[in-house]
Design a protein around this ligand. Structure first.
Ligand SMILES: NC(=O)c1ccc[n+]([C@@H]2O[C@H](COP(=O)([O-])OP(=O)(O)OC[C@H]3O[C@@H](n4cnc5c(N)ncnc54)[C@H](OP(=O)(O)O)[C@@H]3O)[C@@H](O)[C@H]2O)c1
Length: 251
């Protein structure tokens, strides 16, 4: 097992990608704190899957729009485990607003998206910084989006928040070195997620056709890359796109 006894927090572990990451970290021997904000049953299911596979973990409540909730979440993990080695900033919020419909993108929507998807990961890194630095193998993996690289996604706010997260990754990699590595995964459409399920089949099929590998990302691809980052010793400040190879997101 590659991550034996490391303590990991997976934000949004109640969701599709967070659940897959949490299960994989659990299978690699990590003790996984699975966070949820509204969907406790989803987090319970993730934790029960981890335990059924012989892994360890627990649940933690986190509303990452709320700075007090962030501080409390990290305090709970510190009290329970005495350390935090891995922070997976996976949780995010979005809403579908077509790019040309500028009027529909209100200040309230903009603020909610940016608070959740960009300020939240920063405040989590800030709250966890001393634990991660003293861990001896501190790792942060941010889950961004290919929409943060090429201008297309559920909304301008979402794309902008994820572009910010890509750059926050580089800034934190500098700020938290040499004790903590900070990397980022930018998925395109990921099969088997709630978001993919909400898309008309025509749109999902179009994405598969555009991908030069003829397939889009799978849940296991994202989880595998998280483990790769968490076991790398000389990689930081990097964002890797996992989308089956969309020419628009190749840089
Ligand atoms: N699915 C895709 O195809 C795709 C593509 C590109 C990027 N991504 C990125 O991958 C990540 C996971 O997406 P997903 O598809 O797994 O989404 P999902 O199933 O909808 O899960 C989203 C998670 O975020 C949590 N969350 C939302 N608002 C929160 C808040 N204020 N505080 C704390 N947690 C909050 C949710 O908690 P509750 O369940 O408790 O409400 C849920 O666990 C996101 O960063 C997303 O942007 C996904």
């Amino acid at each position: 097992m590659k991550l034996n006894n490391r303590v990991a927090l997976v934000t949004g572990g109640s969701g599709s990608i967070g659940g897959a990451i949490a299960r994989r970290l659990g299978a690699e021997g990590a003790v996984v704190a699975v966070s949820y904000v509204g969907f406790r049953e989803g987090a319970e299911q993730t934790l029960s899957d981890i335990k059924a596979a012989g892994g360890r973990g627990d649940l933690v409540e986190l509303d990452q729009r709320d700075p007090d909730s962030i501080e409390n979440c990290i305090r709970v993990i510190s009290d329970r485990h005495g350390t935090l080695d891995i922070l997976i900033n996976n949780a995010a919020w979005n809403i579908g607003i077509p790019f040309p419909d500028l009027d529909a993108l209100t200040p309230e929507v903009w603020d909610r998206v940016l608070e959740t998807n960009l300020r939240g990961p920063f405040l989590l890194a800030r709250a966890a910084a001393s634990l991660l630095k003293s861990s001896g193998c501190g790792q942060i993996v941010n889950i961004s989006s290919a929409g943060g690289i090429s201008p297309g996604s559920s909304s301008i706010a979402y794309s902008s928040s994820k572009a910010g997260l890509n750059h926050l990754t580089r800034c934190l990699a500098v700020a938290m070195a040499p004790e903590v590595s900070v990397n980022c995964i930018a998925p395109g459409l990921v099969e088997g997620t709630r978001m993919a399920g909400n898309l008309p089949e025509r749109a999902a099929e179009g994405a598969r056709r555009q991908a030069v590998l003829g397939r889009v990302g799978q849940l296991e691809d994202i989880a595998q890359q998280v483990v790769t980052f968490c076991t790398a010793t000389s990689v930081t400040g990097q964002t890797i796109v996992i989308d089956g190879g969309m020419p628009g997101a190749m840089r």
